[in-house]
Design a protein around this ligand. Sequence first.
Ligand SMILES: Cc1cc2nc3c(=O)[nH]c(=O)nc-3n(C[C@H](O)[C@H](O)[C@H](O)COP(=O)(O)OP(=O)(O)OC[C@H]3O[C@@H](n4cnc5c(N)ncnc54)[C@H](O)[C@@H]3O)c2cc1C
Length: 606
Amino acid sequence: MRLIPLLKDSYYFFKRRLFLILWISLVTYIFYNTYMFYFNGRQFYYIRRILGLGLCISRGTASVINLCCALVLLPLCKKLNQVLYRILSKLWPNLFFFWLERAKSFHMTVAVTLVMLALVHSVSHFVNLWNFSRSYDERMKEINFAKYKNESPFFLLLSQPGLTGVSMLIIILLMGMTSMRVVRRNIYNAFWYTHQLYMLFIALLIVHPLSGVLKEEILDDVESSPITSHEEGWSNSSSIDTHKFISIRSKTWTWMAFPLGCFLIDLLWRISSRNRAKVHILEVTHMPGRTLSLTLSCPYNQFMCRMGQYILLQCLDISLLEWHPFTIVKVPTSNSRNFVVWVRVKGDWTEHLERLLLENGANRLSFLVDGAFSSPMEGAAADEVALCVAAGVGITPFVSLLHHMLLKPRTKLPGRIHLLWIVRTEEEITWLADLANDTILQLRDANRPDRLHIEFYVTGTKGNDIKAFEGKEECSATHMVVINEKGKITHALSNNEKSMTDDEKASLLTPNRRRHACTDDEKRNNLNHMKYYEIAKEYPLLGCRLKRGRPHWDRVFGYWVHLYPHKRLNLYCCGTKKLVKSLKNKCKYITSNTKTKITIVHERFS
Ligand SMILES: Cc1cc2nc3c(=O)[nH]c(=O)nc-3n(C[C@H](O)[C@H](O)[C@H](O)COP(=O)(O)OP(=O)(O)OC[C@H]3O[C@@H](n4cnc5c(N)ncnc54)[C@H](O)[C@@H]3O)c2cc1C
C-alpha cells in the first residue's frame, strides 16, 4: 500500500532533479574518460612516472573546466536568445520559456561546478609542481619542468602557466564568493564588478596551457606500442634518450571556439546596438512606496517589445558601467512611440537616480537602453488561462497584460488572467488602480468580464498604511493577532497584556472581524486625528477585491482546482524566494493529488 506513494515521490524527485542528475553524470563521464585516457595512455608513461595520479586528476579536471567555461557563457547571450525565441516560438514556445527560466540556474550550476573543479585542478597542479621537483631525474630532464632536483616549487609557480593559473584561481574564487546570495543582496556592485573580470579570465584560460609544460611521447602506433618496452626503457638509461617528446596539445580552443564565438558576436551586437539606443525621459511620476514611473521615448523607430519583456537601462550621469534591468509595464504601440518602466528605489543606483530626478529634473539625464529581452513571464500573454501572483514591484511583468486587455478587450490571448497582487500598504495599489479599474469596466462593456480576476492582498497593518501615507506619524497599535496557516486567529498579544480589556480580547479573537492590529477603540481614536488612505473610497470596484493579510493558499488553489478540474495551467510568480518556494510546494501538491496540473514559472528581481 505504501509502495505507490513512495514510487510517486521518487518519480517527482527524479523529475525535479533530472537536470542536476544529467549534469553530474555528464561531468563524471568526461572526468572519468579523460582520467582513464591519461592513466592508460602509453604516450604518457614517462610523465606519469614523474607526476603519478596528479597528471590524471589535473587533465580530467581540465576537461571538465573546459566544458564549464564553454557552457557558462551560453545563457548570457541575450541577443542570440532572442533569435532562438523567433525560431522556437513558431515550433515550441514552451521550450524557449523553459530554457529562459532555467537559464539562471543553469548558469549557476555550471559556475559552481567550475569553481569546485578549478580548486581541485589547482591543488593537483601544486602537487605536480612538487613532484616535478622531488622526482627530478637527469634521464628525463627533457620532460621535467624543474631544472634541477629539489628546485623550489614556488619558483616553478612563477612561470607563465603558474602565474596565469593562480590569477585565474583568484578571479574565479572572487567571482564565486561575491555571487553568494548574501553578498548579491547586500553589495550587488561587488558581484557585478568582479563578474566584469570574465574577459580577463577567458584570455588567461586560452594562454594558460600554451606553454606546454606537460609532455607526451611521440609513438608511431600508440595502440600497439607495448608498455613493457617503456618499462625496459626506464630501467635502461641509454634507450630513453632515443625517445621523442612533444607538448600535450591544448584542447581549450576546441571547447571554447563555438560558445566564445557566439558570446563575442552577441556582445559586439549588443554593444553596437545599445550605444545607439539613447532615450529621453518624457514623464516622471513619483508613486507611493518610493517607486518611480518613467515614461521613456523609443530609442529608434523600429524599437519593438512584447508584454513581459525587460530592458537594461544605463544612466550615463550615474555610472558608465552599470546596466540595470527593468520590466516594461507599457509597451510601445504604433500610435504611441514610448514605453513605461516602474523603478522601485532600493539601493545605490536607484537612489542616485531618484536624487538626480529631484535635483536636476528629467531633461538633463541621458539614458541608454539595451534590449528588449525575453523573460519567462512573457508566456502569460500566450496562455488561455494564466494564473499570476506578484509581490510588490513584482507586478511589473503583468501590468502590460492589463494595458493590452484595456486596448483589445476581445482578443483571444491572453484568454483569462487570475491576478493576485500582494502589497504591504493599501497605497501601493494606486500604482495600478486607474488601469485596473478601467480594464474591469472595459471588459464589462465588451461583455468579457470573466477575462480578468484580480485580487489585492494588503499584508501591512493600517498602522503601516498611515506611516507610509503620512511619512512621519507613529502607529499607536499595541496589539498583535497571530493567524494560523488556515487563516484563523489563534491568539492575541499585547505590549501590555494586562491593559487589554476582555472586550478587546474578544474582538481580536473573533475570526469574522477584520484582521487588524488596532482595537476598535484605537481605530476610533485614530480616525479622529489621522487620515489614512482607503482605496475603496476612490475605487469601489477595486475595494471589493481587496483583502487583508496574506493569501490563504489552500483556498486560492482550491478555487482554481474547482474552476479548472482537468486542465494544465501555468502559474506565473514574480516575488520573493519564500513566496516562490511556498507556491512551488503548493503546485507540486496539487499536481500530484488532483487532476489539475499546475506548473510554476517564476522570476526573481534579486
Ligand atoms: C529581469 C529583471 C527585471 C526587473 N524589473 C524590475 C522592475 O520592473 N522594477 C524594479 O523596480 N526593479 C526591477 N528589477 C530589479 C532591479 O533591477 C533592481 O532593483 C535594481 O537594479 C536595483 O539596483 P540598485 O543599485 O539601486 O540596488 P542594489 O542595492 O544594488 O540592489 C538591490 C537588489 O537588486 C538587485 N540588482 C541590483 N543591480 C542589479 C542588476 N544590474 N541586475 C540585476 N539585479 C540587480 C540585487 O540582487 C539586489 O538584491 C528587475 C530585475 C530583473 C533581474
